[in-house]
Design a protein around this ligand. Sequence first.
Ligand code: ZN
Length: 150
Amino acid sequence: MGMFDDVVVNAKAAANAFSKKAGNIFDISKLKFNASSIRGEINKKNQELGEMVFDSKTGKEVSDDVINAKIDEIKNLKNDLAAVNELLAAAKNLMICPVCSAVIAKDSMFCNKCGTKIEVQQEESNTASEETDNSQPVQEEEKAETVQEY
Ligand SMILES: [Zn+2]
């Protein structure tokens, strides 16, 4: 019982932390789209910055303020990108409850909002059999095969 309680508490904490950051945008494809569009923005600004520097070094009048403003824009975009990447990383360990759409940890046994039992896809039976088979050396089998191939 104690172990189960811990799982629920951790899942809740993870989901809460995530919800706070993500607000209503728990959508991995949307996050990925955001990340790639921010990257595109950064590339564009970098190019603009490069042209400004080029102009300033080849006789054109470009004020430092304009260049610094561009650098700030790039800095902000990089911060945004880091935040989106952080959300993406967090989203990998979370899922949406199929019943109430609450954000919950991927390894939850039950939704901590509506209590629905979460079905674990695949894996469950695999991990059980793998644990018992641990003693079998896999590498030797591979060696034997390559010898036979000749
Ligand atoms: Zn639920």
